[in-house]
Design a protein around this ligand. Sequence first.
Ligand code: ATP
Ligand code: MG
Length: 437
Amino acid sequence: MSTYLRCNDVKSSSYEEKEVTLRGWIHRIRKQKEIAFVLLRDDRGGVIQFTIPSTKAIDLTIESCIQITGNVRKDARAPEGGYEIRGKDLKIFGIARADYPIGEYQSEDLLLDYRHLAVRTRRLSTIAKIRASVLKFSRQWFIENDWLEINAPVIVKDAVEGGSSLFEIKYFDRIAFLSQSAQLYLEAMVFALGPVWSITESFRAERSRTVRHLAEFTHLEAEAPWMYQEDIMKVQENLVSFIVQNTLSNNSADFEFLDRNAKELGSIGPPFERISYGKAVDILRSKDFTLIGENGTRRNIEWGDDLNIESEREITKDCTKPLFVSEFPIDTKPFYVREDPNKPGISLSTDLLAPRGFGEISSGSERETDVESIKSRIVKQSLDPKTYGWYLDLRRYGSVPHSGFGLGIERLVRWILGMEDIKDVVLFPRTMSRVTP
Ligand code: ATP
Ligand code: MG
């Protein structure tokens, strides 16, 4: 494979009047009598204009795949950076049919129906590049801090986050589920490998259609022995700050392209803000914040209610840094979360909320170590204790104090990019109404 230049490489004085060869797709084309003006888009979303005699451009259509050879010229009138290429040789790899369905202004639904083509738009490919950086710097942080990456199964028998959001699948002649979280497997691995982490797709049959819930999302999870609440909060603070700062500097042009004013993100660093659940409820009550009850009536939020999207938005709308909420009532948390031995009814867990109303991006906790209390909470949460036999073994054979957290990659990218709809930051969204493309 020979190496080819990309569009942004050649936009520099060192290539002026030099001959270059670029490959890509036709982003826009304007055929005049003598000359055709073509905007070439490369395979990283960079674009440059080239000109070619119209006689050679007769067959060319939007999205045709081509290779162009010609001389680089500086020309202030050229769009996208003031350089263009005077095309000499044109090679065609694949002509696109003339009915390319995506034009400049399209409805949201059409763009989702044609997501397999829409990923070529500069907006979506720019988001995808930022997402790739978020994944890269996540991995880099764990490598640099000596955590080992593991892979957990996605076909499972047990619910981690409650039975109601499980996807059931036919597994030979039995029933199995798609995993909601790799956590239980990560917990098993801390006994063998110490601090471990994973990136796995998690599946939740979320019936509420919100701007921050997907049926399938990319879940970054970590678990470590001999870590307590404070330690695992520090891990989340350091990791999130590392990802944000490195992505900002690595992708500055992409942030600019998306018109994302990244100034506020520049100051994200440890320590994050902290508030207790009780304080959060007090603030919400003092603002007469109401929840919509089951029959549609409004009522004041009370101690014991989980914090929903609206309450999280209210608490963080003026924050500029992420905020840890701690001391949730134990009954709002899954069976594996540890109860504070000094504060009965209170969990040793935190939710990390992104600032400016973006809401929960990760949840972390100390894990319960007592077999009997895990068992009784499994029953209380209407789960079947039989399927958790293997998990309880972890507490029976040399139990170790440990903590962990789970962070949604889409939630993180959504906040970093300041985008409202989570569907925008995932390539092929899975929601209640959509499993294709
Ligand atoms: P929420 O209360 O926001 O619905 P959760 O508390 O149910 O989330 P956890 O079980 O704590 O979610 O999962 C850990 C992280 O995974 C969350 O903090 C969030 O970032 C992400 N996450 C959870 N559910 C979804 C989803 N349906 N779509 C996208 N990300 C999700
Ligand atoms: Mg949570």
